[in-house]
Design a protein around this ligand. Structure first.
Ligand SMILES: O=C(O)CCC(=O)C(=O)O
Length: 481
C-alpha cells in the first residue's frame, strides 16, 4: 500500500522575498519552502556541473581527490541508518563512474549505490569559495559557534575523529541516481537548507504533529524507509500519515523546518550543498530534544544506578555521545549567546548616545534573541532534569577572550547584513568593560535568567526609542518561538 500525499511544498522566487518575510512566514511558523533564484553566481554551479546538467566528476577527482569522506552504502542498513564507509573522493568518483558504465552495459546488478554524505567541504577548502550562504540562512548560531568553539570537549574522544565530525554542519552531498537518505528528523532538530547544484531530488515530508505516527507502540523505534512494506502490527499509526511531496530541481534550495521527518531520493545524478543550523526561532526544539534524549539515556542504564559512582555524569556522557551535546554544552552555548547579545546591545546603545544613531531593527533583534534564550533557561528550570551547576561562564574572562570577542563581532555583522545597517562597525571592547558591573559568573539556568533580566532592564534605561528594548523583550516573551 502506498503512502498518502496531501500536498506540495510552496515555491517562491527568493529574489522577491525580504528577510523579514522569510522569517515571519517560514522560520517563525516552521514551514518548508523551495526558493529559486539564489544560486546564480555560485562557483560550484560553474565548476561542478557541465552545461548539460551532468556532474563534472573529473573536477572533483582532480581538485579534491585526496579528501577522506564518509560514504553511505544505500543498499545496506546498519541500525537506524545506512552503513558508512570511509574512502577518498577519488575512490568514490571511480566507483560512481564504474557503476554507470556497468549500468549502461546492462550489468548494473553488481555494485551497491554509494552516496557521499556530510562532507565538511567549507572547513576543508576555505579558500575555494564554492558558494555564499543565502541571506535567509545566515542567522546561524550553530556554525558561528563551531567556527570559534567546540560543542563538546571529550578528553576521551579520539581528537582527530572529533575534529572531523564536530567541526561544523556545512556539507556537500554527492550521489548517483538511485542514492537516497532514510527517514529522519535532523540533528539537534535543527533547520536545514539544501541546494541542488545539479540533479533532482524527491523529498517526502511529515509535519511534526503527525510524527508520532512513524513510531512503534513504545515510541522507541521509527520507520526506516516509507517505501518498505511497513508492518501494521509494529507501526499501527503509519498508514494514517499524510505526506507532503516535493521534487526539487537543479538550482533550487529547499528549507527544511525543525522536527519535520523527511526521506530523500536522488532522481538523477545529484550534487547538493546543505547546512544545518539553529537560532532564536528554533532553539527550543534543541532543548526539547536534549531533555527527551536525556530521559531516554537515563532510563536505559537505570539498572546500574545503585552501583554507579557518578550516575548523572554517565548519563550526560552518553547524552553527548548519542545526541552530540549534553546539558552543560547546551547551557554554555546559550550563556555565551546571551552574553554576546548583551555585549552587542551595550555597544549599539552606547553608539546611539554618542553618535545619535540607533537601529531599532537591531535592538529588536537582540531583544528577541535574549527573550528566546531566557525562555529556554526558564524551561530548563521548570522542566527539571537539570541538577546543580551546569558549567561556569565567567563574564569578565569571556570579555578578555579573543574567541568570544570574535563571536560577538561576527554576530553583530550578521545582523548588520540582515537589517541592512551600513553604519554598524566592530565592537570596541574597552567601552564595554565599563558597562559590566554585573556579578561575574553564570553557573545555572537561574543565574542566566537573572543575568538577562538585569541587563534588559538596565539597558532599557539607556534606550530613548520609547523603550523599544523592554517592550520588544516583553512582547517576545509572550509570543516568540
Ligand atoms: O539530500 C539528502 O539526501 C538528505 C538531506 C537531508 O536530509 C537534509 O538536508 O536534511
Amino acid at each position: 500500500m502506498g503512502i498518502k500525499i496531501g500536498g506540495q511544498i510552496e515555491r517562491v522566487n527568493g529574489r522577491e522575498l525580504s528577510y523579514s518575510e522569510f522569517a515571519e512566514r517560514y522560520l517563525a511558523k516552521n514551514q518548508p519552502v523551495v526558493l529559486k533564484g539564489l544560486m546564480d553566481d555560485w562557483r560550484a554551479c560553474k565548476d561542478w556541473v557541465f552545461t548539460n546538467g551532468q556532474p563534472n566528476l573529473h573536477f572533483f577527482s582532480t581538485h579534491f581527490g585526496k579528501s577522506k569522506v564518509q560514504v553511505a552504502d544505500c543498499d545496506t542498513r546498519e541500525f537506524t541508518d545506512q552503513k558508512r564507509l570511509e574512502m577518498s573522493v577519488l575512490e568514490f568518483v571511480n566507483h560512481w563512474l564504474q557503476s554507470s558504465v556497468e549500468s549502461l552495459d546492462g550489468d548494473g546488478n553488481g555494485k551497491s549505490v554509494l552516496y557521499l554524505k556530510d562532507w565538511h567541504f567549507v572547513k576543508e577548502y576555505p579558500d575555494y569559495v564554492a558558494y555564499r550562504t543565502p541571506l535567509f540562512f545566515i542567522d546561524d548560531w550553530l556554525n558561528l559557534y563551531l567556527d570559534n568553539y567546540r560543542m563538546h570537549d571529550d578528553p576521551e574522544a579520539h581528537q582527530e575523529n572529533n575534529d572531523i565530525c564536530c567541526s561544523d554542519y556545512r556539507f556537500v552531498y554527492m550521489g548517483a541516481k538511485g542514492s537516497w537518505t532514510p527517514l529522519h528528523a535532523d540533528v539537534f532538530r535543527s533547520y536545514s537548507w539544501s541546494a541542488n547544484v545539479c540533479g533532482k531530488k524527491k523529498w517526502l515530508f511529515l509535519p511534526p504533529p503527525q510524527c508520532h505516527l512513524l513510531f512503534d507502540r513504545n515510541m522507541k523505534s521509527s520507520v526506516y524507509s516509507i517505501f518498505d512494506d511497513i508492518s501494521e502490527t509494529k507501526f499501527p499509526g503509519f498508514k494514517k500519515a499524510i505526506w507532503l511531496e516535493c521534487i526539487q530541481e537543479q538550482n533550487e534550495i529547499i528549507f527544511v523546518p525543525s522536527g519535520w521527518y523527511h526521506q530523500v531520493h536522488n532522481l538523477e545524478d545529484t550534487i547538493s550543498i546543505n547546512h544545518n543550523w539553529f537560532n532564536g526561532y528554533n532553539l527550543s526544539w534543541v532543548w526539547d530534544l536534549l531533555l527527551r534524549d536525556y530521559k531516554e539515556a537515563k532510563e536505559y542504564i537505570e539498572d546500574i544506578k545503585d552501583i554507579c559512582d557518578d550516575f548523572e555524569g554517565l548519563c550526560q556522557c552518553n547524552l553527548a555521545a548519542n545526541t552530540g551535546m549534553n546539558f552543560k554544552d547546551f547551557f554554555i552555548f546559550i550563556s555565551r549567546f546571551a552574553l554576546a547579545n548583551v555585549v552587542e546591545l551595550c555597544y549599539l546603545l552606547g553608539e546611539s548616545k554618542s553618535k545619535s544613531w540607533c537601529s531599532s531593527a537591531m535592538i529588536e533583534q537582540f531583544a528577541l534573541n535574549l527573550a528566546s534564550i531566557m525562555k529556554i533557561a526558564s524551561k530548563m528550570i521548570s522542566e527539571g532534569g537539570v541538577q546543580g551547576n551546569l558549567g561556569i561562564l565567567d563574564l569578565r574572562e569571556a570579555l578578555n577572550d579573543p574567541k568570544f570577542l570574535k563571536l560577538c563581532r561576527d554576530l553583530g555583522r550578521i545582523y548588520a547584513v540582515i537589517h541592512e545597517e551600513e553604519k554598524w562597525s566592530s565592537i570596541v571592547k574597552e567601552a564595554l568593560m565599563d558597562d559590566f558591573e554585573y556579578g561575574s559568573q553564570v553557573c545555572s539556568p537561574e543565574d542566566l535568567v537573572r543575568f538577562i533580566e538585569y541587563f534588559v532592564s538596565k539597558l532599557s534605561a539607556n534606550c530613548t526609542d520609547q523603550n523599544t528594548l523592554l517592550s520588544v523583550f516583553c512582547a517576545a516573551d509572550d509570543n516568540h518561538v
